[in-house]
Each structure stands twice: as C-alpha cells, then as structure tokens.
Design a protein around this ligand. Structure first.
Ligand code: AFP
Length: 336
C-alpha cells in the first residue's frame, strides 16, 4: 500500500493546526458540505432509475422551470445543516429568501450561500453537474443575521469551492491558503486529496462560452472570441472550444489545464446570467488562489459591492493572461 491517503478532514485539521484557537468547526462544516455532496452524487447516479428526472411543474423565484433534482439538492443542504450547530443562515439559488437556522443559534457562526445544482440542463442527459458554495462568518452580536448580512463583498468569504459530479465526484475548496482538490473514493465514502495546491497555467488553449449568444454580445466581446478562433503564426491560436453547460465543470477543466470561461454581459442583459454571491464569488476565490483571475470583463469579481442575494454579474474567469487579454478587448483597448 502506498502512503496513507489524506482525507478532507485531515487536510483541514492539519491546515488549522497552524491557527491557534481554531475550534474544528470549519473542518466540521466542510465535512458536512462533503456529506451533502455524497448524497447529491448518489441521487444523480440513480436519477434515470428512480424516476426523479424531469420537472416538478413549478417555477422558482427566477421564473425558471424547477427540476426535481434542483429541489432535492437544495433540500439536502437544508437538512444537512439543520441541527448541525454550525450554520446560522443559508442562501440558495433555489430559495427566494435566505433561511435562518434558529436551532443552531447562537453557536453557529457560519453562513452558507450555494447553488445546489449547477448545470441543471444536464440532469436528464447524464452530463456533468456541480454544486458551488461560499462560506461567510457572521460576526454580529444579538440575534440571528439579517438577510443583508449575507450580501457581502467577495473578499470577505472565509472559504469557497465547488463539488463536481462527473466521471468521478470531486470537491475543490480554498480557505485562503491555496486551492485543493479531493476525489471521492466511493469504496470508503471519503474524499481523498488528489490535487494539492492547484496552480493554474498563466495562459491556456481552451475557451468555454455559449457561442449561441454571439449576436447578443457587445462588439468588444465578439472581437475577443473571434481573436481566439483566428490562426496565429506561433501556434497559440486557435483555442479549442469546450462548453458543457455546467459552470463548475467548465471552470474545473480550466482550473487544472488553463484557459478562459466567459458568460459575458449582453446588450440587452448587461448584468449577464450568473449569480454573484453563490457562483462568481466562490469560483473567483478558488481561481485566484490558484493564480488565476476573475472579473466582469471590467472590474474584479471579488471587489464588487453586492446589492442583493440573487444579483447577477457578467463573468470572465480563468488563466491570468487570458482574462487580461479578454478585458483588453471588452474594454476597447484591444482590437486584435
Ligand atoms: P442552470 O443551472 O440553470 O442550468 O444554469 C447553469 C449555468 O448557470 C452555468 O452552470 C452554465 O455555464 C450556464 O448557466 C449555461 O447557461 P446557457 O445554457 O445559457 O449557456
């Protein structure tokens, strides 16, 4: 047998040993996120078999048709964190209002914001899906946090990451000291360290975007994607197009291999599609911890002062040099 594998919990406890006063609550929180991921992965693996595919017929606060698996994944998070003693508030893409967990008060000092099932259009066709999460600390005195307490600038995240349900289930997280990847060993039900201190290439050869929206993009964005597809003399371009319809999966590929993902501003939707608090902010923290960059095309994601829980932002995220070139085109400084 090779070296004894490092589990998620052990990795966090070892990292926390460097921080006097660490109470172990954070490692318990991450273990609970891992548990929710295992439960969601289990449902996804059997989705076609236990007839939980398809639509509930409801629509969520965003006016989107809700799939059963969106609700199931959201409910799993709520149930895992109720009575956990760890989290005093939850905000989710699938819940119009944040949920306050009085049963965990006053011990639970963390607040969790998450997209329980990212890439929902993939559920019925066995394509990759993800869960994206952002962790804040509630420092307030007195009662439970107000909704406004959850609407915080990205630099205030204490941790962030995502689960990816692909050919294997992975959990990638950062607590501000590097980005680390764990692969679920279904045999023992543990997440084992598989990608420690992930470092992104400064530049890649892959781009991920929905080109069906090309006609909706401002000219600078159109010029940038045209640039990526234009043959150059030193073999760096054209880039390869890789788009799965799941943000977490597309960013995961780029985190490991380099490149750029764009869900840009559109002429009739300048705010874009993706959510700031539980999609862009957590992925921006992970990617920047791995040496990458994340912006709206104009300003860094992590310094945006949010106004609302379900606020949308344009997102350009990936290898540092790729994002900087994209920003040059989007801001009109570059045309080739
Ligand atoms: P859903 O979870 O509603 O399918 O949204 C997925 C997502 O937020 C992101 O994961 C994808 O990259 C993007 O939307 C796909 O959006 P398009 O279908 O418009 O390309």
């Amino acid at each position: 047998m090779g070296p004894f594998p490092i589990t998620l919990t052990r990795h966090i406890l070892q990292a926390q040993a460097a921080y006097p006063g660490a109470t172990g609550e954070f490692s318990a929180l991450m273990a609970q996120i891992g548990l929710a991921g295992k439960m969601i992965a289990s449902d996804l693996r059997r989705a076609g078999l236990i007839n939980i595919l398809g639509y509930t017929g409801d629509t969520n606060v965003q006016g989107e048709a809700v799939k059963k698996l969106d609700e199931i994944a959201n409910e799993i998070f709520v149930k895992v964190f109720q009575h956990s003693g760890l989290v005093c508030a939850l905000a989710s893409e699938e819940m119009e209002k944040p949920v306050k967990l009085e049963e965990n008060w006053p011990k639970g000092k963390y607040m969790l914001l998450y997209d329980p099932l990212d890439g929902s259009s993939n559920t019925d066709v066995n394509m990759p899906l993800g869960t994206i999460f952002s962790v804040l600390r509630f420092e307030g005195k007195g009662g439970l946090p107000s909704d406004a307490e959850l609407v915080r600038v990205g630099t205030e995240q204490v941790a962030a990451g995502y689960l990816m349900y692909g050919s294997s289930t992975m959990l990638v997280y950062t607590a501000g000291h590097g980005a680390h990847g764990f692969t679920l060993d279904p045999g023992v039900g543990e997440y084992l360290l598989s990608h420690e201190h992930i470092r992104m290439p400064a530049k890649g050869k892959v781009y991920a975007t929905n080109e069906g929206n090309y006609h909706k993009w401002p000219a600078g964005t159109q010029r940038y994607v045209d640039y990526l597809k234009t043959q150059d003399s030193d073999g760096e371009r054209p880039y390869s197009g890789r788009y799965s319809g799941c943000l977490a999966a597309d960013v995961h590929r780029i985190l490991l291999g380099g490149g750029v993902y764009l869900y840009p501003a559109e002429t009739d939707k300048p705010e874009g599609k993706l959510r700031l608090l539980y999609e862009a902010n957590p992925l921006a923290m992970v990617v920047e911890q791995a040496g990458g960059r994340a912006s709206t095309g104009v300003e860094p994601i992590l310094s945006i002062k949010p106004k609302a829980v379900h606020q949308r932002v344009p997102l350009v995220i990936g290898s540092r040099e790729d994002v900087e070139i994209a920003e040059g085109f989007i801001q009109g400084h570059r045309t080739s």
